[in-house]
Write a protein that binds this ligand. Structure first.
Ligand code: BJW
Length: 227
């Protein structure tokens, strides 16, 4: 049985990482759409760098919760037949023990040089303009995917969606594409689809099955059933 799991901010909410679109999801009054764009970075890079530096500090204090742990346990049972595609940049799946994780919106812990394109581990706060280890320019940005940019791994994701038996979306509002469209692709290829979310999302009607509740409860239950 091949399983693809898409995760969003809701799976990390109970680890204390704020979501984007729930109450309290604003950062210093900014909507994510106002800071997570190349235009915002070009206009005011300091504000965008502070946004990501602050999140990196917050995530360092967070711990994986039972939902992350359950998916890591499911991987131990299913091996290569499970792929976790995450929109999250917080690294909590790996810290729970998952290894087959595709970071379609990038990772907070990685920097990308806007001069030479090299990727490197974030050496500290990017607001301090550290030098790129490859070319020496002080033009690093977080290696994350902003609106209007191409998400990572779409070919691999499409292949996985086309060949999976089960597709699950966990803790995502269905407000952002292409991730919000994965349920349609998986269903078109014959997968059974399930949404695990705190409340109804924008794409709830597209799923075969829906379970509402906190991820720390519904995800371990679902993983136990699958195993
Ligand atoms: C719980 C819970 C608990 C709470 N337990 N649940 C088709 C139609 C319309 C528009 C587009 C389209 N295709 C593309 C677009 C444009 C755009 C887009 O989608 N715009 C929308 C605003 C409509 N998409 C893009 O630009 C994407 N790129 C692209 O398509 O490239 C193609 C291309 C490019 C160039 C040329 C040609 C083609 C890129 C999108 C990048 C999104 N980036 C961000 C920031 C990443 C870095 C960062 O983290 O800062 O990704 S935005 C932000 O939203 C972040 C998230 O990954 C993403 C999704 O949010 P998520 O995870 O769903 O969080 P929330 O807060 O929205 O929802 C949380 C959910 O959890 C809620 O439902 C809660 O109920 C639930 N929850 N507690 C369980 N305890």
């Amino acid at each position: 049985m091949k399983v693809v799991v898409l995760t969003g901010a809701g799976i990390s909410a109970e680890s204390g990482v704020p979501t984007f679109r729930d109450a309290g999801g604003l950062w210093e009054g900014h909507r994510v759409e106002d800071v997570a764009t190349p235009e915002a970075f070009a206009r005011d890079s300091d504000t965008v760098q502070r946004f990501y530096d602050a999140r990196r500090h917050a995530v360092a204090l967070a711990e994986p919760n039972p939902a992350h742990d359950a998916l890591a346990g499911l991987e131990r049972a299913l091996g290569d037949d499970l792929l976790v595609v995450t929109q999250n940049i917080d690294g909590l799946h790996e810290r729970a023990g998952s290894q087959r994780v595709l970071h379609m919106h990038g990772e907070l812990s990685v920097a990308r040089c806007t001069a030479c394109g090299a990727r490197s581990p974030v050496p500290g706060d990017l607001i301090d303009r550290p030098a790129c280890p490859a070319c020496g320019e002080r033009m690093l940005r977080p290696d994350v995917v902003w609106f209007g940019e191409m998400p990572y791994g779409l070919d691999e994701i499409e292949q996985a969606l086309a060949s999976c038996d089960v597709f699950a979306a966990i803790g995502t509002s269905g407000a952002v594409y292409p991730a919000a469209g994965f349920v349609v692709t998986a269903a078109e290829h014959g997968a059974r689809t399930i949404e695990l979310n705190l409340a109804a999302s924008e794409i709830t009607p597209l799923f075969d099955e829906v379970r509402h509740g906190p991820a720390s409860i519904v995800v371990p239950d679902w993983c136990d059933e699958l195993r």
